[in-house]
Write a protein of this length. Structure first.
Length: 228
């Protein structure tokens, strides 16, 4: 019997017809187990591995990396420019004020909704709503950045030896300034397990994202990412 929050290997091993002593164990060596059996398990059993693996750790599994890549290529709504700027505002280093798109939407809504109230009054209402939305979004972004800064300051300092060891591993992508660079950054962070505020389970454990991935296109994408 597994403790709360731990993976229970019994249904996984039973489904595959494996003994309780099978190695690599899905509980103690989940990544090695997934390397061997990812494509043999249905989504409802794969989701159990969310209890003892992180999105970043699962990046080591090529099949999961490929699922994430294929998902980004499907143009999901959360990776649209406007949505991404709002959700991951601290990664956006562009020049325009946050909330500009939302402010324009508020203004257009007011102008459309109150056509009978006179052009001048509607214009004022639209401007006020737009300014309010823009300021509200700006405050949200400032709050996110304050929280991020406080979190970074709270992290313990690491010695030089630790830094050297980590330099050989996965490197966290840096913020971007251009819209194209920003969207690429978001996708990179997602593929490599760094992106917060997104549901990895719906991609990592869903076999429909296997598909017939264009191998050449996949290799070009990862080659380009390494060169950039």
């Amino acid at each position: 019997m597994s403790a709360p929050g731990e993976l229970d290997p019994a249904p996984i091993l039973k489904y595959l017809g494996l003994s309780d002593t099978y190695e690599p164990s899905p509980r103690t060596a989940p990544l090695d187990f997934l390397h061997r059996h990812l494509r043999e398990l249905p989504p409802h059993l794969l989701k159990l591995f969310s209890a003892n693996t992180t999105p970043k750790q699962r990046t080591a599994i090529p099949a999961i990396r490929n699922r994430r890549l294929k998902y980004t290529q499907s143009n999901p709504p959360e990776f649209s420019l406007t949505s991404a700027k709002s959700t991951w505002a601290t990664l956006w280093e562009g020049r325009e004020r946050p909330g500009r798109e939302q402010a324009q939407e508020e203004k257009e809504w007011a102008e459309k909704e109150f056509l009978g109230d006179g052009k001048q009054q509607v214009g004022k209402l639209g401007s006020l709503l737009g300014e309010y939305e823009e300021e509200r979004e700006s405050e949200r972004v400032r709050s996110i950045r304050r929280q991020r800064a406080e979190y970074i300051e709270s992290l313990p300092e690491e010695d030089e030896e630790s830094d050297d060891d980590e330099s050989t591993g996965a490197q966290e992508p840096l913020p971007a300034e251009t819209e194209e660079g920003f969207l690429r950054l978001i996708k990179e962070r997602f593929i490599y397990g760094f992106l917060e505020s997104i549901d990895y389970d719906k991609v990592d454990w869903d076999e429909r994202w296997d598909g017939d991935l264009d191998r050449d296109a996949e290799e070009r994408w990862f080659d380009d990412e390494e060169e950039s």
